[in-house]
Design a protein around this ligand. Structure first.
Ligand code: FAQ
Length: 326
């Protein structure tokens, strides 16, 4: 192919990509895509996958301490769902030509991130309920629009993830409702957990729009459908009536309904804290990474056994094929 032919072909491919995005159709793994689009997806999907896997730790700590068999079974199932979400997401990332081992390596070397929210400690069982209510609630606000993301495998993975997140959110709310109908001490525990998790949950949506370097391009490519601030505002609007029903106070003196704007006004999260936590200086960053690294090392024998099994099966298939050909 001459230089002119290849330039024309590149222009055609790029125009086709732009038209697919403009018509709200999906980009699939076989399609040509700009390098930046691929890199953005790898970054976001991997960060999302790592978040699901590291996100098993804060609640996982309570599995052995859950107050009843019923609560233990529910929590077990929820934490297992999170492992499943991580796997769907790593699979979606793999369709972009990168494998899970490489992504895990990048996380362990600190070259990729996971959500800031999972660097806060779970101090009481009420935290399990508040994580379901706030963190899964925030995840739903953020991820339902991702079901319409322009990249097919990511959007399809999100459909199932969102169904499960919505069940998780309800289980958290039901746990808190039960505690709020319990003793004075239980109600105080719930309020304390709400006070500690509210602001970090608002930070999950990322920096404010003016300080979000990736948003404009991600939205132009329709990977993200709404800005960080828009999703944060939706979360506040969704959560305020639920807090009233539950009988807890959200720790924000500036929180009030704005009739004119048809939405809530609310205070500004401490974005300097968000940046500190993202950079590794949150209350539990070191512990989370230490445990993730240990789990990865402890799992080496499983990966080796799976690879040896796959090689044996492959050799068996080849021998059978040779036998049939002869
Ligand atoms: N934590 O320019 P933007 C869950 C980084 S899953 C850490 O605004 P973007 C389920 C960002 O990566 C929770 N880092 O970036 C569950 C970027 O750095 P980079 C995870 C953050 O991508 C529930 C830089 O700051 N969900 O909860 C955070 O356009 C319960 C500048 O930011 C997802 O991953 C943060 N909070 O928007 C599991 C959803 N915020 O990469 C267990 C998908 C920002 O350039 C228990 N992701 N950064 O070096 C997204 O929607 C987006 O990636 C955002 C960030 C909105 C998180």
């Amino acid at each position: 192919m001459s230089g002119t032919d290849s330039a024309e072909s590149a222009t055609r491919l790029s125009a086709h990509f732009d038209a697919t995005i403009a018509h709200d159709q999906r980009i699939e793994p076989r399609d040509w895509m700009p390098d930046g689009y691929r890199a953005t997806l790898v970054r976001q999907i991997a960060q999302h996958a790592h978040s699901e896997i590291i996100g098993m730790q804060p609640e996982g700590e309570w599995i052995t301490k859950a107050p009843s068999l019923r609560r233990k079974a529910i929590l077990f199932a929820k934490v297992q769902d999170e492992a499943g979400h991580g796997l769907y997401l790593y699979s979606a990332a793999e369709t972009l030509g990168i494998d899970r081992d490489e992504l895990t390596e990048r996380l362990l070397q600190g070259r990729q991130k996971y959500s800031s929210i999972f660097n806060y400690p779970t101090l009481s069982f009420a935290d399990v309920g508040v994580i379901g209510w706030f963190v899964d609630g925030a995840a739903i606000c953020n991820q339902v629009p991702l079901c319409r993301s322009s990249y097919g495998p990511y959007a399809r993975a999100m459909v199932r993830v969102c169904k499960e997140e919505s069940f998780h959110q309800r289980q958290g709310f039901e746990l808190l409702l039960t505690m709020m109908r319990g003793t004075e001490a239980q109600r105080a525990q719930v309020q304390d957990a709400v006070d500690r998790w509210w602001w970090p949950s608002l930070m999950m949506f990322g920096p404010p729009d003016d300080d979000s370097p990736n948003s404009a391009q991600s939205m132009a490519w329709k990977i993200k459908r709404h800005s960080n601030d828009e999703l944060r505002r939706r979360f506040v609007d969704m959560t305020v009536p639920q807090a009233e029903f539950l009988g807890v106070t959200l720790p924000d003196p500036e929180l009030r309904w704005n009739e004119e704007r048809g939405t809530h006004d609310f205070g500004t999260p401490d974005y300097a804290e968000l940046m500190r936590v993202i950079k590794g200086d949150g209350p539990c960053n070191a512990q989370r990474m230490e445990r993730r690294t240990k789990a990865h090392e402890d799992g080496a024998w499983v990966r080796e056994a799976a690879a040896a099994h796959a090689a044996k099966q492959q050799a068996l298939r080849e021998t059978t094929k040779e036998g049939t050909a002869a």
